[in-house]
Design a protein around this ligand. Structure first.
Ligand code: SF4
Ligand code: SF4
Length: 429
């Protein structure tokens, strides 16, 4: 007979302190340690992902002037980033509704995009708003997140069921969002994205647990899954989510500099209640079971396939040895870090801001004396190619999955059945 348990039964166990909640990483580690883990042993598994998510945007509403003074705001920038006022005009109310893209680049700040802005708001920093009304009147205000009536982060395409690795098969360097430095030619290096076994869709391939209205964490703040996102298809699903910015943690978001501009960072964590044996069977037990397709950077043709076990192997966090810097005459890594995580003193790196570090590995390549991280090499067409960049931060994803687990066990996370299934019938490749 098929074994089952209900969400109410799991909630009861949580209340009694008798539930077992573990992250997918913990599940894999236990199996690798020779433990036998079965359906009876786990009530909930937490999944997560942290990566570059171009599809995020901020939706805001705040007061800029007293009522009855100005008709509506027609042009607004925040820290030099062009916003989209509306859609509601809020006539004569003095309130602006607006949308800011995570990928939008600032015209007044260097290396600053919507992702940088969202992080600064979450950090509690005031942001500079310059607005123009339909009458041509200009005003400037500084507001913090706490002073905004409405601030939510919405994602149009997130947590894609893993992504790809890239190789430049051309004979010339390519500036691209898939590389921090110009991508070197002639199949000499690899970059990749995706948190592998930890990815939510990877652990619920039949959408038995994930659905419309599933509660989740977006950058640490409680939000909801709204449905399938843009350009999804059944083999490569993704999701739309929404969550308030208040309650987010800066370490889970921000901006990542590539050789073709800045991309926003975002992190999600989602629980999968183990309601039956089928759901349990689909929980990923090894990164070896998760394929990673290698694409040619220009044209995106498939040129190879490996698994996430070839790239993720308990090599999650970069280690920094500041001792190496003491004897160093000239620092070579000044502009290398895509998230500005280096803390400099007298032109030398003295520490790493761990709330910014994405464990991407860019620094390791330039200065292996001070930065240590097993970035792995991939066998490709008879040659060993080095992985030079990771555009997903599995370490950060594991941390968020652990936070979600703690919240569930403390009864601080509202476990709910979805209100409806995820419908991929309108999917387009
Ligand atoms: S990070 Fe590397 S290059 Fe920079 S000071 Fe330290 S040892 Fe020298
Ligand atoms: S691994 Fe190095 S280059 Fe990458 S984010 Fe961390 S400090 Fe910056």
């Amino acid at each position: 007979m098929t074994k089952k348990r209900t969400l109410s039964e799991i909630k009861k166990k949580i209340e009694l302190g008798a539930a077992t909640v573990i992250s997918v990483q913990e599940f894999i580690d236990r199996i690798n340690n020779g433990e036998k883990v079965g359906f009876e042993d786990i009530d909930i598994v937490t999944t997560a992902t942290k990566g570059l998510m171009s599809g995020i945007m901020g939706i805001f509403s705040f007061r800029l002037s007293p009522p009855k003074t100005l008709r509506k705001f027609t042009n607004i920038t925040i820290n030099g980033i062009q916003a989209f006022p509306g859609p509601c005009p809020n006539e004569y109310l003095g309130i602006a509704d607006l949308i800011v893209y995570g990928t939008a680049q600032s015209k007044t700040r260097v290396n600053y995009c919507g992702g940088s802005l969202f992080r600064e708001l979450v950090e509690g920093k005031p942001v500079e708003i310059i607005a123009e009304s339909s009458e041509g009147e200009k005003l400037e205000r500084f507001l913090t997140l706490d002073e905004m009536q409405f601030a939510k982060l919405m994602g149009t395409r997130q947590a894609i069921k893993n992504y790809n690795a890239m190789i430049n098969c051309e004979s010339y360097n390519v500036d691209t969002i898939f590389s921090c430095l110009p991508f070197e030619p002639n199949k000499t290096q690899i970059t990749f994205s995706g948190c592998g076994a930890l990815n939510p869709f990877q652990n619920d391939p039949n959408f038995e647990s994930l659905g419309v209205g599933t509660p989740l964490l977006v950058n640490g703040s409680l939000g909801y899954l709204m449905g399938p996102g843009t350009r999804n298809y059944i083999e490569k699903p993704n999701m739309m989510t929404i969550a308030p910015m208040k309650g987010m943690k800066p370490e889970y978001l921000g901006a990542f500099r590539t050789s073709y501009g800045l991309e926003p960072i975002c992190s999600l964590a989602i629980p999968i209640p183990i309601l039956n044996e089928r759901i349990f069977k689909n929980i990923v037990k090894s990164d070896k079971d998760v394929p990673l397709t290698i694409l040619s950077l220009v044209g995106r043709e498939k040129v190879g396939e490996i698994t996430y076990n070839d790239v993720w192997d308990n090599n999650f966090a970069m280690k920094f040895n500041s001792e190496a810097c003491k004897a160093c005459k000239e620092c070579k890594v000044e502009n290398v870090c895509p998230t500005n995580a280096f803390i400099f003193k007298n032109d030398k790196v003295i520490a790493i801001d761990r709330t910014r570090c994405f464990n991407c590995g860019s620094c390791v390549r330039i200065c292996p004396k001070a930065f240590k991280l097993d970035m792995k090499n991939i066998q490709f067409e008879g040659k060993l190619l080095p992985i030079v960049l990771r555009q997903s931060d599995r370490y950060g994803a594991i941390k968020l999955a652990e936070e979600l687990k703690t919240m569930i066990l403390k009864g601080e996370f509202p476990l709910k059945e979805p209100t409806g299934p995820l419908d991929f019938s309108q999917s387009i490749k």
